[in-house]
Design a protein around this ligand. Structure first.
Ligand code: IMP
Length: 412
């Protein structure tokens, strides 16, 4: 059985913990889109690991991590992450696709240059400009590094094409030397991951697909233009790995018990004042990649219903329920209205300030739940809150997370 784990909000739903938790039942853990803009935090035995590029399941011995074609890679950051794990005594089993596009130093520069005129609030990791080059057919892939001449030609062409914006800031020889030397260390991991994964499927070896970012940041179905540059929805798996969509057996959606967003863009249930600050402090809502404070707000079921439909979610995971524990009232958005008329979540809404979120309230439980080990021990108010969400979304909740550790997870 192959499982997809997809974020249903604007990323940071706690997918890393869930992937780490479930990884033991899968042979391969696959990152298929995005790059080191992601920040997947895993807490094991008191150590906190933040994965940006490596699949979160690589902490389990004998599991094979795969970074497939749809991911863009900064080789320096990849090696940094591998080195960090090795200092903790972990040598990841890893395959990296020869088809992955490379993030070059000029992509990082262009990312910040674009932010000056169009503020998206990107992670400044060069993700968008690398995907632009991929679509523009001038991108450079891992496989290009196998042939020094081809690689050098491509670098020169890119610097020439981008000269109006780069204005002589980058020297082709410097980049060529640096990347060829990084390549020597990346080479042992390179493989035809499409073929490896399809063979694994043919041998009935289970695969876990680890989504990065969230549905509402999808390039096609998110809150465009305030999105990332990849397909964060389930469709991203097929186009990012070369595995047919009909090979994905289960699609699990991860949502936080409230909502957060980093960077610019619409956020109908955002809390500006004290309540937002409360969620930020209690939930430690600071970007795992950039350290930026996350914007916080109430759970938005209109957006989640949309995300469930786009991805075909058949099981839900709710994370960070413990963060709501001290609140006497817990609020949830159940409907959007524009000029008094109900409306659905639509990625092309041009003026989100017109969207009025209709909020309902639930009584809080006002007690610590982070040490509870069985779902039945949750306070009645928490169970009613979860049952109501399940009913309003029409999908069953399978797991509830009440803290960052593996043992702080309840089966429902
Ligand atoms: P980019 O992916 O760096 O181009 O950033 C585009 C948007 O996606 C910005 O609003 C980022 O804050 C957001 N973003 C990118 N990666 C993540 C993530 O892993 N979690 C949350 N937001 C993200």
């Amino acid at each position: 059985m192959n499982l997809a784990i997809i974020g249903l909000q604007w990323g940071d739903e706690g997918k890393g913990k869930i992937v780490d938790l479930l990884a033991k039942d899968y042979n391969y853990i696959v990152r298929y889109q995005g790059g080191n803009n992601a920040g997947h935090t895993v807490d094991v035995d008191g150590f906190e690991f933040v994965f940006h590029l490596l699949p979160s399941g690589v902490l389990h011995p004998k599991k094979i991590g795969v970074i497939s074609e749809g991911v863009v890679i900064n080789p320096k950051e990849l090696l940094k992450e591998i080195d960090l794990l090795e200092t903790k005594g972990i040598t990841p089993n890893l395959y990296v696709s020869l088809g992955c596009h490379l993030i070059m130093p000029y992509h990082i520069f262009i990312d910040s240059a674009y932010e000056e005129s169009q503020k998206i609030g990107t992670t400044m990791r060069g993700i968008g400009p690398t995907y632009i080059d991929r679509v523009g057919r001038c991108g450079i892939r891992m496989a290009d590094l196998l042939n020094e001449k081809v690689f050098a030609q491509k670098i020169k062409l890119n610097l020439l094409q981008k000269e109006p914006i780069l204005k002589g800031r980058f020297d082709s020889d410097e980049i060529i030397i640096e990347y060829l030397s990084l390549f020597e260390r990346v080479k042992p991991y390179l493989a035809d991951t499409r073929s490896i994964l399809n063979k694994a499927i043919a041998n009935s070896e289970p695969i876990l697909f680890e989504g990065a970012q969230g549905t509402l940041l999808d390039i096609g179905f998110g809150t465009y233009p305030y999105v990332t540059s990849s397909h964060t929805t389930v469709g991203g798996i097929s186009i990012g790995t070369g595995i047919s969509a009909n090979k994905i057996s289960k699609i699990m959606g991860v949502m936080k018990a409230y909502a957060t967003r980093v960077g610019e863009g619409p956020f109908p249930t955002e809390l500006k004042e004290q309540e937002g600050e409360y969620l930020r402090m209690k939930g430690r809502e600071y970007g795992a990649t950039t350290g930026r404070p996350r914007r916080c707000g109430w759970l938005d079921l209109v957006a989640i219903r949309y995300a469930i439909e786009v991805n075909g979610i058949n099981s839900l995971v709710i994370t960070k329920l413990d963060v709501l524990s001290d609140l006497p009232k817990i609020k949830v958005c159940t409907e959007y209205r524009i000029n008094g008329k109900p409306c659905e979540f639509q990625p092309w809404i041009s003026d989100w300030s017109e969207v009025e979120p209709i909020i309902i309230e639930f009584p809080g439980w006002c007690r610590d739940i982070s040490n509870i080990k069985d779902y039945s021990e949750l306070p009645e108010e928490a169970k009613s809150y979860l049952s109501a969400i399940e009913k309003m979304l029409g999908v069953k909740i399978g797991l509830v997370s009440v803290g960052p550790r593996r043992d702080q997870t309840l089966n429902k």
